[in-house]
Design a protein around this ligand. Structure first.
Ligand code: C2E
Ligand code: CA
Ligand code: CA
Length: 771
């Protein structure tokens, strides 16, 4: 079944094909030509039927009558197939090509056969009619079937061969000549038909290519996300593709003037683009357009001339709305803080520059820098979520406190800034008071209430500087002063603040230098028993060598002890040196008593102090009883008091003694002496120096000594400078003295010699005193 179908297909292809290779679609069209040219087809059928009728009427023989009937029957059959084939083509089905071609061949054979009968009938009139009609038939075959040249050739062959044979067989001398002429006639007419066929195929191929390329262009345009418009020479839209979008504007663009599609403000750009394109240059512009739903859409447009001399222009518009949006977002992001949505430092700086540019000599505004107090510890203890929520709440408070035209910005982690249209201290104070007022309400997060305060520094524009950096620095200095003054307050910049800040910065720089160049050298000030005059121990005091080689006191780097970055390394370096020195004395068997080390609350807060000091003592063979820790009363106050208490307890449990330094100057209540494991009290120098001259100071000193003894504590007097003071202290029963009377703090190298000197001289003094 399959192979029969294949051989039928092969026969059809051969019979209806030609030597030219043609694309499939064209081959089908050529085959379908069998069902076209109805007039020629009908003319052929009627013509041959008419010849057969004439023949039958002149010679009513069975052969002619049979021929006539055959032609009529064949004609009707072919007509029916033609009609059926045309319907099939119209319906998109395959017409019966092979059947039609075979019947055509039968018909051509019948023409040849009939003509043969006419020529051989001896009736020259009939023969002439038959020959003429056969020639006409051949013309018809060639004209009608030039699309299928092989079929045409076969049909012509079938129609003419019997004529040639008949011509050669008749006695009439003209007939052989006609018989020879017929093939020549056939060749001529067939070659004309074949060249028609070639022309036809090449035209159809070109047309087919054109259609395919047209289809390709259409597909490209449809698939393109860009709008492509074609403008006629009067700049009206004559073509517009519909890119993959549901934009119903498209149809309404047809026939409209292109300039009318641009917003008014871009008309000049549009006119320029059209002129450039018409001058042969590619023109580009970015513009916007409101779509049917009123959304603003941005387009990047390129206008070019279509180079076919028609004066038409092609306009390709790319929708860049998304890109524009991202750009706008990026610009927003670059100038705002993502967390709070407030303007950021860059925007604030721009606004300050602008105000300074516009500013005359009169006051135009104030810059407030607002710093969240203790933000770092809130962030560290409650987590970053709480920190973020706090910052957002803080931003809301600032927004609410500011007036409509004021600018509120977040300039750093926990730092905000406001630019106010304030011209006087009173106006700044009013806004600051509003901020403090709002911050007084505690902030709730995760079921907890968080107290959140702020310090504010303010400067005036342009009073406190002509440059943005000067205004910002002035506000920063005022902020620093506000924090140094105990936080949660407003300070407005005054030039005197500069001196304090300079001092602070110098201290920080010096501490940094001392750390970097490793010039920290602990010095040791002896502590003397007021009963035996023996050295009972030393206090380690920080000394450092400055750039000029001079030895300096800790007061010159005091600020570094409060600096979050420097205080840790500073204490650590000092502790390491002290432990090395003490370790050395222990190894050398020097009887130095103990060494008292000054420790701050921050040292405990950093954690790990207790855990590390004990193994470090062990590693150097230093018994804990050789170490005292001096803390001031301030460690008992504040949030970390419990931690400090715990740390001191553990140190005390290991035999390290705890001294309460500067006693009498702080704010600790006496109950702290019970709660904390304190072994010694150090009477502050400010009392000791007045002994002998101020009765109150003496009374306080005596009370402290008594109090200490009542609580079972040893009492040390600091800053003993004179023998008179020493005598009074002895009389009051003070246990230990420390001060310049005995010695200033000395480097570790001098300690051994000092101890030797004391042990040599003291017994003598003692003897002298008793003698
Ligand atoms: P402090 O703990 O009260 O130390 C005693 C201060 O009084 C020392 O000053 C000492 O030199 C000074 N002094 C001792 N006897 C006399 C005297 O008879 N007359 C006078 N006028 N002064 C005397 P220094 O060394 O300048 O230390 C000042 C403060 O610095 C110390 O006061 C202490 O609070 C702090 N400090 C010293 N070293 C360290 C340290 O290693 N760590 C910590 N955190 N603070 C330290
Ligand atoms: Ca001390
Ligand atoms: Ca002290």
């Amino acid at each position: 079944m399959h192979s029969r179908r294949a051989s039928v297909d092969r026969l059809t292809t051969w019979l209806l094909g030609s030597r030219l290779s043609v694309p499939e679609a064209i081959a089908v069209q050529l085959m379908n030509g069998l069902f076209t040219s109805v007039p020629i087809f009908l003319g052929g059928i009627m013509n041959i039927s008419a010849v057969a009728a004439v023949a039958a009427s002149r010679h009513p023989s069975a052969a002619f009558i049979g021929w006539l009937l055959f032609e009529i029957a064949l004609g009707m059959l072919r007509l029916a197939i033609l009609v059926h084939g045309r319907r099939a083509i119209r319906a998109g089905r395959t017409p019966p090509c092979l059947l039609s071609a075979l019947l055509s061949c039968v018909w051509a054979g019948s023409v040849g056969f009939g003509t043969y009968l006419c020529i051989t009938s001896g009736d020259w009139v009939l023969a002439t009619i038959a020959c003429l009609s056969a020639a006409a038939m051949v013309c018809g075959i060639c004209l009608r079937n030039f699309g299928t040249p092989r079929l045409a050739a076969i049909m012509v062959f079938l129609a003419l061969l019997p004529c040639v044979v008949a011509g050669l067989r008749t006695a009439e001398p003209i007939m052989p000549i006609i018989s020879v002429q017929l093939p020549i006639f056939f060749l001529t007419i067939f070659s004309a038909s074949y060249s028609l066929h070639r022309m036809m195929v090449s035209r159809m191929t070109a047309l087919n290519d054109l259609q395919r390329s047209e289809l390709l262009n259409q597909t490209i345009l449809q698939a393109s996300p860009d709008y492509t418009l074609i403008l006629d020479p009067t700049d009206r839209v004559i073509f517009c593709n519909r890119p993959n979008s549901a934009d119903s504007d498209q149809d309404s663009l047809m026939g409209r003037e292109w300039m009318g599609l641009l917003p008014e403000e871009d008309h000049a750009l549009g006119i320029q683009a059209l002129e450039d394109a018409k001058a042969g240059k590619s023109a580009n512009l970015v513009t916007h357009h409101f779509d049917a739903s009123g959304r603003k859409r941005w387009f990047d447009i390129i206008v070019n001339e279509i180079c076919d001399g028609s004066g038409r222009l092609i306009v390709v518009s790319r929708d860049i709305t998304h890109q524009k949006k991202s750009e706008e977002e990026a610009i927003w992001m670059a100038r705002h803080d993502a967390l709070t949505g407030l303007p950021n430092r860059a925007l604030l700086q721009d606004r300050l520059d602008q105000m300074l540019d516009d500013a005359g000599p009169a006051m135009t505004g104030a810059l407030l820098i607002v710093d969240v107090d203790n933000f770092k510890s809130i962030n560290d203890t409650l987590g970053h979520d709480a920190g973020d929520a706090l910052l957002c709440a803080f931003a809301d408070h600032l927004r609410a406190a500011a007036a409509g035209d004021d600018i509120v910005a977040r300039t750093g982690g926990d730092e905000f800034a406001l630019i106010l249209a304030a011209r006087s201290d009173a106006e700044v104070e009013r806004t600051a008071e509003k901020i403090f007022e709002r911050l007084r309400e505690p902030f709730a997060h995760g079921g907890r209430l968080i107290d959140c305060g702020a310090s504010i520094g303010a400067s005036f524009i342009p009073r406190d500087g002509k440059l943005r950096s000067e205004i910002m620095k002035a506000a920063d200095i005022a902020l620093y002063a506000a924090k140094a003054g105990g936080r949660a307050q407003l300070r407005i910049f005054e030039p005197a603040m500069m001196v304090e800040v300079d001092r602070h910065q110098t201290m920080i720089a010096s501490a940094r230098y001392a750390l970097q160049c490793d010039t920290i050298i602990p010095h040791y000030q002896p502590k003397i028993s007021l009963r035996t005059s023996q050295v009972v121990g030393f206090e380690a005091l920080l000394r450092w060598r400055d750039r000029d080689g001079e030895l300096r006191h800790p007061g010159l780097i005091q600020a570094a002890f409060g600096d979050p970055v420097l205080s840790g390394p500073l204490s650590e370096r000092m502790l390491e040196r002290i432990l090395d020195d003490v370790g050395h004395w222990v190894q050398a068997g020097i009887a130095f008593g103990h060494v008292a080390i000054n420790v701050t609350a921050a040292d405990f807060r950093r954690g790990g102090f207790v855990e590390t000091i004990l193994p470090r003592l062990g590693a150097r063979g230093v018994p804990p009883s050789c170490i005292q820790i001096e803390v001031t009363e301030t460690v008992f106050l504040g949030q970390s008091a419990e931690d400090v208490k715990d740390a001191l307890r553990r140190l005390s449990d290991h035999g390290i003694r705890i001294a309460l330094d500067d006693f009498g100057t702080g704010y600790a209540s006496l109950s702290h002496l019970n709660q904390f494991p304190v072994n010694l009290l150090k009477i502050d120098r400010s009392f000791v120096e007045k002994i002998g001259s101020n009765a109150d100071a003496e009374a306080i000193s005596a009370t402290v000594i008594n109090l200490g003894h009542c609580l079972g504590l040893e009492v040390v007097a600091e800053g003993v400078e004179t023998a008179d003071q020493e005598m009074h202290l002895m009389a009051m029963g003070c246990d230990t003295g420390q001060g310049f009377l005995y010695s200033k703090a000395m480097p570790m190298e001098d300690v051994e010699a000092f101890l030797a000197f004391r042990s040599r001289t003291v017994p003598r003094r003692e003897r002298l005193a008793s003698g």
